[in-house]
Ligand binder design. Structure first.
Ligand SMILES: Nc1ncnc2c1ncn2[C@@H]1O[C@H](COP(=O)(O)OP(=O)(O)OP(=O)(O)O)[C@@H](O)[C@H]1O
Length: 240
């Protein structure tokens, strides 16, 4: 059983075919990167996995459950962090997490524990009483990830994480994502940064014009990896 499995997924917006028969599997313990040019379909694919947008055809399974048959359970099993998370700037960090926990319907005792754990894990406890509007970019991103973990997902999906982080925060988030995956869960993230994909991900899928054009491990040296990704994009007519 795979944490994420897609079989022949298609999605169109009017005349635009955003996804054209996407099949892929993300294994337990894996950080899987999704690379591709602008407009290739990455965000659409992530939103479908997160249960925010329905596919037109094809099947999506989360931890073996078909999202059509078990929409609530599969949505709960996925923590999703969009590229520009919406955070209420007049709420404090703690209030935001409490609000997000309420949306998941966490019982009071679980909510308190999940919120405090999130604040501590992401180094936000000292600023929990301050409004989000006063947070740095990195703190806001960490808060968004903490919010995506409240309901205890087994899969974390992140649209272009780690862009704009300073080096210590970037190191912290990479270590966090590694430990999340190492616990038998899975991370699926999109990025335009090839060095990041090579250094952090175990495998990558390259998407172009709504189709997966290459899937590969990130073993081997960075130059060879970069060459094979760029060659695949060149052959498909895209550029990142
Ligand atoms: N809500 C929408 N309505 C109409 N077209 C859309 C919508 N969302 C995405 N598209 C189109 O679907 C295609 C795939 O878009 P998507 O945002 O999934 O790509 P992406 O790979 O995430 O791009 P980027 O790297 O620029 O973020 C594009 O042609 C885009 O214009």
């Amino acid at each position: 059983m795979f944490p994420i499995e897609l079989d022949g997924v298609t999605k169109s917006y009017g005349e635009v075919r955003a996804l054209d028969g996407v099949s892929l599997r993300v294994r337990a313990g894996e950080i899987h990167g999704l690379l591709g040019p602008n407009g290739a379909g990455k965000t659409t694919l992530m939103r479908i996995i997160a249960g925010l947008v329905p596919q037109d055809s094809g099947e999506v399974f989360i931890a073996g459950l078909n999202v059509r048959d078990a929409p609530r359970r599969t949505r709960r099993a996925v923590g999703f962090v969009p590229d520009s998370p919406f955070l209420y700037r007049y709420l404090t960090g703690r209030q935001y997490l409490e609000f997000a926990a309420d949306l998941w319907g966490l019982p009071e005792d679980e909510k308190i524990k999940a919120v405090e754990d999130g604040l501590k894990r992401f180094g936000l406890a000292d600023r929990a009483q301050h409004v989000i509007g006063s947070y740095s970019f990195g703190m806001r991103q960490k808060l968004a990830v903490a919010g995506a973990l409240l309901q205890g997902p087994t899969v974390l999906v992140l649209d272009e994480p780690l862009t704009g982080f300073d080096p210590p925060s970037s190191r912290f988030m990479k270590d966090f994502l590694r430990s999340f995956a190492d616990a038998g869960r899975a991370v699926f993230l999109s990025t335009h940064i090839l060095e990041l994909a090579h250094g952090l991900c175990d495998r990558v899928s390259i998407i172009s014009d709504g189709r997966i054009i290459l899937e590969r491990e990130t073993d081997g040296d960075a130059t060879g990896f970069e060459r094979s990704v760029l060659n695949a994009m060149d052959r498909s007519g895209g550029s990142s």
